[in-house]
Design a protein around this ligand. Structure first.
Ligand code: TYD
Ligand code: MG
Length: 463
């Protein structure tokens, strides 16, 4: 009889499980991230109805009265928005992000605000000493908050402490990769430790009813187990993103059992910590210079929130032999290649001999196809040297035949553009029998385009 395997291999970066060791993870393509783990014995196979021991679970009807979960407001509106209205008692939130992006700063600020509302909040750090946290809190201007601190990496100690403090409302663990359980025979940061520590802390949160926030570093090198290996164990997963060279930080929900996952929170990192940005468009457009060729404003949507962004394109004659350069920041490079091909084929624009640089200013990553038209406008403007009208915003998807296609939520985009003082929106032409006409805000003209070539030889009239 073949021997049953007793080991398995788990990827530190994405949590994929492999039966055999391989150099490259088949799940995420990272190299040397597999970690050997003992396979848990499958005791379940011995359970059968005849063997007894199990009790019948109660089966319920789908219909019934449901109360929305109670919320504990963090006092930071941008964070509450991403959480779906605030922390839910006995729930677990994982906050992931690159080292140095501002996770500890955000959570120290949120924890202090919570404590300021009279809640008991524990901030447990495995990375910094208590004095370091105090210093940081002073710098953030929250040094007076009634937050309770501990520096510990021992999960057994932490749980014993929590069990003796029953009225604690929220606990921050910074970070889960530093935590350690004696009973697990591997170093902190390994998949086994990270999972076992998270499991124990989550059980304590469910038992005691406090909100648990776990901080997890995303590590490119794969030396530590990343937040991905915990995603399935927690109620909500949030990633804190941004370019360290930029001020902006975006908090994005990747999973949320108690709310929508498409909301973002926008923050600016200042010398006094993270500040909420309630009007991101104004911030993203703050440094825009009008009347420069190669720039166009995109009326985008992040979650339910409209966000205006500047798209910048630069063309320069291809240097040397070989393929021209296509460098993209903040947008999909495959989508850029498609747009370039459409512009070349459908509009006769000669771009194949040019190096193309595209940048979404401000460090935001745009995933919406609705950005196509703004990118096309920026490229056309860069190629022709004619600036786009600085009072104009663009949105619309571009198809392979060059047609401009409808996108969702035109009303919200138009309203935001009008609010920020734009005077004209360039958008997809309505199909005669199709969509209802979007509501036209006062002071905003609409220029409807049917085909991408209209960008070059405007045939559609403003109305
Ligand atoms: P931190 O919250 O320690 O990041 P993480 O916990 O995600 O590793 O953020 C550290 C960075 O933030 C550091 O480079 C300095 C910067 N920072 C500020 O710019 N202003 C501040 O008030 C604070 C506290 C940090
Ligand atoms: Mg930190």
């Amino acid at each position: 009889m073949a021997r049953k395997p007793t080991r398995q291999y788990v990827c530190r970066a994405c949590g994929a499980v492999h039966a055999k060791w391989v150099g490259q993870c088949e799940g995420c393509g990272e190299w040397n991230t597999l970690e050997e783990m003992p396979l848990e014995p499958l005791a379940a196979s011995s359970v059968s109805s005849r063997a007894g021991g199990g009790r019948r679970v109660r089966l319920e009807e789908l219909q019934g009265q449901v109360q929305p979960p109670p919320r504990v407001h963090s006092g930071i509106a941008e964070l509450d928005r991403v959480l779906g209205g605030g922390f839910v008692p006995a729930s677990v939130v994982l906050v992931g992000g690159d080292p140095g992006i501002g996770k500890s700063t955000l959570l120290l600020q949120a924890a202090s605000r919570l404590a300021g509302q009279g809640e008991r909040v524990l901030y447990i750090s495995g990375e910094e000493a208590v004095d370091q946290i105090r210093l940081r809190a002073q710098r953030l201007g929250v040094g007076q908050a009634k937050l309770e601190l501990a520096a510990s990496i021992n999960v057994a100690d932490i749980i014993a402490t929590l069990d003796s403090e029953p009225d604690v409302r929220a606990v921050v663990i910074d970070s889960i990769q530093t935590m350690w359980l004696e009973t697990v025979e591997s170093a902190p940061g390994t998949v086994s430790q990270v999972r076992a520590c998270a499991f124990e802390l989550i059980r304590a949160a469910k038992r005691r009813g406090f909100c648990l926030v776990l901080v997890g570093h995303v590590t490119k090198e794969g030396a530590l187990a990343g937040p991905r290996v915990l995603e399935h164990m927690v109620d909500a997963v949030m990633y804190f993103e941004g370019d360290r060279g930029h001020q902006f930080r975006i908090l994005r929900a990747a999973k949320n059992r108690y709310g929508a996952t498409d909301e973002i929170g926008v923050f600016a990192m200042t010398d006094r910590g993270l500040e909420e940005v309630s009007n991101p468009s104004a911030l993203f457009l703050a440094e825009r210079r009008g009347n420069i060729a190669g720039s166009a404003v995109f009326a985008g949507l992040e979650g339910t929130r409209p966000v205006l962004l500047e798209v910048q394109a630069l063309l320069s004659p291809k240097g040397g032999d070989g393929a021209p350069r296509r460098a993209v920041v903040g947008w999909d490079s495959g989508r850029l290649a498609m747009l370039l091909a459409v512009l070349e084929t459908r509009c006769g624009l000669k771009l194949s001999g040019m190096d193309v640089y595209l940048n979404v200013a401000g460090g935001l990553k745009v995933a919406e196809p609705a950005a196509d038209l703004a990118v096309a406008a920026a490229l056309v403007s860069a190629a022709t040297g004619v600036p786009t009208n600085s009072g104009e915003v663009y949105f619309g998807e571009v198809g392979l035949s060059g047609e401009i296609r409808q996108v969702a939520q035109a009303d919200a985009r138009l309203k935001e553009a009008a609010k920020l003082g734009f005077t004209q929106a360039v958008l997809p032409r309505r199909i005669a029998s199709g969509n209802a006409r979007p509501r036209q805000p006062e002071g905003l003209g609409l220029r409807e385009l049917g085909h991408i070539s209209d960008l070059i030889s405007p045939e559609a009239e403003a109305d």
